[in-house]
Design a protein around this ligand. Structure first.
Ligand SMILES: Cc1cc2nc3c(=O)[nH]c(=O)nc-3n(C[C@H](O)[C@H](O)[C@H](O)COP(=O)(O)OP(=O)(O)OC[C@H]3O[C@@H](n4cnc5c(N)ncnc54)[C@H](O)[C@@H]3O)c2cc1C
Length: 390
């Protein structure tokens, strides 16, 4: 039996702990927040994520709490349809990938994972400030002055990971040159939406607006505005104040439904979107990374949390029968399985930004052909079965 410390009770940390719930190892989950805040907004969960819900113990709960979105629409600024891909319509997505696409509230996903684990299983108010893995055991130094030890440390501490600093001090969270604004509305209030039960990307030059229904019975709609720029991010903080008029001006003349969506978005708070620079390795000694800490990415494929689930399931699987003597070999297997995949999704998310933000012209016609055939172009994402999945 090994003592495994998981740093960070976000999506990846919770998924790993849930997948290890029957393990022989002693798993302790540490989180810097004093309370597990209910995370706002929605999340899109594609088949490569929903197929893992049995392993995570949340399949039945998430089936009750999510909606199965009708279709994915890609529209131009004026609302004309550039491409359309059925999802639940005609049962297309389940037939293609064997598992559903869900639109869910992050609060429901988090609550489902906590129902499996029990809130008391998480040690809150534990902010890691330093990790030392040079001795016989890893030493975790917390901001409250205490120290814990472990045989293995899982860095699930997000894009600004402290564990990553111990593994590769040169790795960084880099600003992507893109920013976002987020909102959540009752779907019933969005009466101008042409397809309220569908996922829609409204695409324009240098920007797009995304809306998709979430939660049981399509009750809510999550909305995200993505803009190219600013060119630099000079702030320590992820979110900074912004003048809403500056954002609104960029959508003048767009379809009226977009105007209505923007009314429900917090345009006074701009999120800087970052990704993690490519690393030579995700592990060193007694520490290993999962999720955003390893491959923080642009959210355009809706794969950030899902790829942290894939990491978590694969890592839990390889550690299952590990002993202290075999731990390092097991981590090598995990890394060889997951690193190429994480990096590929990260790159593809970056490429997708350029594709969604094309100026008017011939390239948009080519784009429509790509977007209309989700199964051909994106099956490597959605049809993927990670090691450890059923
Ligand atoms: C606008 C936007 C939309 C998105 N939409 C989607 C989507 O539709 N689908 C999808 O799959 N993904 C989406 N994502 C990405 C997704 O949210 C992230 O990829 C995912 O949350 C990463 O999970 P994680 O566990 O690695 O990190 P996080 O969820 O960020 O969790 C990290 C945890 O570690 C804790 N922590 C940090 N530092 C320390 C420390 N020093 N000590 C202790 N604890 C610490 C944090 O408090 C946090 O709880 C989106 C992202 C954005 C920005």
């Amino acid at each position: 039996m090994a003592r495994i410390a998981v740093v960070g009770a976000g999506m990846g940390g919770l998924a790993f702990a849930s997948a290890m719930r029957n393990s022989q190892h002693e798993v302790t989950l540490y989180e810097q927040a004093a309370e597990l805040a209910e995370l706002g907004a929605g999340i899109s969960l594609w088949a490569n994520g929903t197929r893992l819900f049995e392993e995570m113990g949340i399949a039945a709960l998430m089936a009750q709490r999510s909606c199965e979105t009708d279709a994915a629409y890609f529209r131009n600024e004026d609302g004309s349809v550039a491409a359309l891909q059925p999802l639940a319509r005609d049962n297309w997505y389940r037939q293609a990938y064997g598992y559903p696409y869900y639109g869910a509230l992050r609060t429901d996903l988090q609550a489902s994972l906590l129902a499996v684990l029990g809130r008391d299983s998480i040690r809150l108010g534990k902010q890691l400030i330093q990790l030392d893995d040079s001795g016989d055991e890893a030493k975790l130094q917390w901001a409250d002055g205490t120290v814990d030890t472990a045989d293995l440390v899982i860095g699930a501490d997000g894009i600004k990971s402290v564990v990553r600093r111990a593994i590769d001090p040169t790795a960084q969270a880099l600003f992507t040159g893109n920013s976002a604004f987020r909102g959540l509305a009752k779907t019933s209030e969005l009466d101008l939406l042409p397809e309220p039960h569908s996922f829609t990307d409204w695409m324009g030059d240098g920007k797009h607006v995304l809306n998709f229904p979430v939660g049981n019975d399509f009750k809510y709609t999550t909305i995200v505005v993505f803009l190219d720029g600013p060119r630099r991010w000079e702030h320590e903080a992820w979110r900074v104040p912004c003048d809403p008029a500056e954002v609104l001006a960029q959508f003048k003349g767009w379809h009226p439904a977009v105007g209505q969506l923007l009314e429900h978005v917090n345009l006074s708070e701009r999120w800087g979107l970052h990704e993690v620079s490519k690393m030579a390795t995700w592990r060193r000694g007694r520490a290993v990374l999962i999720g955003d800490a390893a491959h923080g990415m642009l959210p355009h494929h809706g794969q950030g949390a899902i790829s942290s689930f894939e990491d978590a399931i694969t890592l839990a699987h390889v550690l299952n029968d590990a002993s202290l003597a075999t731990m390092e070999d097991k981590l090598a297997v995990y890394e060889s399985e997951r690193k190429p995949r994480g990096e590929r999704i990260q790159k593809s998310s970056r490429d997708l930004n350029a594709c969604l933000h094309l100026p008017e012209g011939a390239q948009r016609t080519k784009r429509s052909a790509v977007l209309a055939n989700l199964s051909e172009h994106f099956s490597w994402l959605h049809n993927y079965v990670c090691v450890g999945a059923r």
